[in-house]
Design a protein around this ligand. Structure first.
Ligand SMILES: NC(=O)c1ccc[n+]([C@@H]2O[C@H](COP(=O)([O-])OP(=O)(O)OC[C@H]3O[C@@H](n4cnc5c(N)ncnc54)[C@H](OP(=O)(O)O)[C@@H]3O)[C@@H](O)[C@H]2O)c1
Length: 443
């Protein structure tokens, strides 16, 4: 596939995003009341993020406030926090633009778990962009991310607000894992891999009510938004204008297909969040001016094993995933699943599932000469809540504490583009992740 505008100058967003700033030049005003506001501290992920933030923030004297719409619930959360008596409570509604404006003017960083973000996140992002307040969240909704970039990119660039979506399991391990493998490829062989296949080799855990609500909301939006499917399937949908073409084929949510991975000698099956994570990885490449190359291709699926057993495991999962998608697309079955099966707001996996959960991904990179490099990324804690909230916490702390070490200015960034190795070090040390290279295999 060809690439439109490839030979020409970089797009406006790209040029402006790609600028690097000397230390400190773009930090929002340091003299704000709070370093970090956690918005949505009463939900399934928010409550855990509050604990991690209070504990980690106290180590370094970070001034913290927690916020949400229900004072009684917020007080209960605060009562259980380390150093809770020093933590302020802010009560308001996400849809109240004036409140969002005032709140974001009082803090250097906002970290939000109030989702579905397409329903409750827009006023907050607008306010952060306008007030030069750094921001990170847990969204996995590419349609909304595209809308926010288009609406507030210029403002965020002007005010110095660093806005970083997708700071949970979607999409930090994929985005930082690819960056890690590409750094190793350049260090060892002088070039980046031209192709990376990310295979989820283990995933143990559950998901929360907010994740279910985001899925339900996406299926509802799909019924009325004629652009929904086009954007979902466009692999370059999150790239800057003029840079939305390239060698990768369409992102398909749950195609009825399984494929053989010759490098890992096992069958692969679709991964629900693969299309979303892939868009983030491709955006990182585009907004950083193509450190992975302009012909870079990326694919993210899950791995089963070899033989007929592996094929059947992949096929049965694929059939189940497709059936679930169809059931979620039909309003009557969707309502039934919501009532009877899916977790409700505030609910999530049990403590045991959260703590015994884990995941692993193996990234297979191919160099232009056929040499194969592999990286393994592992994490302790279930991906949907524990690992997600630990990573989100570190992303917020990175935006606050490392503001003067982050090399990019205001604008909409990905985790790898904004924080890269700074965040990788933090999540390795404090969030139970590990990034390691496996042996190279000659082509
Ligand atoms: N990226 C990832 O890997 C990942 C992983 C997990 C979750 N997520 C996403 O994170 C989000 C949160 O998930 P969750 O399970 O924590 O959700 P949840 O349990 O439903 O919590 C939602 C939070 O938002 C608050 N809220 C809702 N509407 C509000 C409003 N109008 N104004 C102020 N606060 C409001 C709720 O307050 P009340 O308590 O007062 O209701 C609660 O604190 C979802 O969008 C989910 O998709 C992403």
């Amino acid at each position: 596939m060809g690439r439109r505008n490839r030979a020409g100058a970089a797009s406006r967003e790209d040029r402006q995003q790609g600028r690097r700033f000397p230390m400190g030049e773009t930090s929002p005003r340091a003299e704000r009341e709070f370093d970090i506001v956690l918005w949505g501290a009463t939900g399934a992920t928010g409550r855990r993020a509050a604990h991690h933030l209070a504990r980690r923030g106290a180590e370094n004297g970070v001034s913290l406030a927690i916020g949400g719409r229900n004072r009684a619930k917020l007080e209960t959360v605060r009562d259980g926090l380390a150093g809770g008596d020093t933590i302020a409570i802010l009560v308001g509604d996400s849809l109240d633009a004036a409140f969002m404006h005032d709140m974001t003017a009082r803090t250097r960083v906002v970290v939000s778990t109030v989702g579905p973000f397409a329903l409750y996140g827009s006023e907050l992002v607008a306010a952060c962009a306008a007030n030069g307040t750094h921001y990170c969240d847990l969204t996995g909704e590419p349609q909304w991310m595209r809308a926010m970039i288009d609406a507030h990119q210029d403002t965020a660039r002007r005010t110095g607000a660093r806005i970083v979506h997708a700071c949970g399991h979607d999409s930090i391990p994929s985005d930082l894992g690819v960056q890690f493998l590409q750094e190793a490829a350049v260090a060892r062989h002088g070039k980046p891999c031209r192709r990376i296949a990310n295979r989820i080799t283990r995933m143990k855990g559950g998901f929360s009510g907010g994740t279910a609500a985001s899925f339900v909301n996406a299926m509802k939006v799909r019924e009325t938004d004629p652009d929904f499917d086009r954007l979902s399937q466009d692999p370059y949908a999150l790239c800057p204008e003029g840079e939305r073409d390239g060698p990768d084929g369409p992102d398909r949510m749950m195609p009825l297909e399984v494929s053989w991975d010759a490098d890992l000698q096992a069958w692969t099956k679709p991964f629900f969040m693969g299309p979303m994570n892939s868009k983030v990885v491709r955006r990182t490449n585009a907004i950083m001016d193509y450190p992975y190359g302009r012909d870079f291709t990326y694919q993210e699926t899950a791995l089963t094993r070899g033989g007929i057993g592996g094929w059947w495991a992949a096929m049965s999962y694929t059939l189940f995933g497709r059936a679930l998608l169809i059931a979620m697309a039909i309003p009557a079955t969707r309502r039934l699943l919501q009532r009877r099966v899916l977790p409700k707001s505030g609910e999530g996996p049990s403590k045991e599932v959260r703590e015994t959960g884990s995941y692993e991904m193996v990234m297979v990179g191919e160099m232009p000469d056929g040499t194969i490099l592999k990286a393994r990324i592992t994490a302790q804690g279930d991906p949907g809540v524990r690992s997600t909230t630990l990573m989100l916490t570190e992303a917020a702390l990175c935006l606050a504490e490392d503001a003067d070490r982050i090399a990019v200015g205001g604008g909409f960034w990905t985790p790898a583009a904004a924080m890269g190795p700074l965040l990788r070090d933090r999540i390795t040390e404090h969030a139970g992740l590990s990034f390691e290279m496996m042996d190279d295999e000659p082509g």
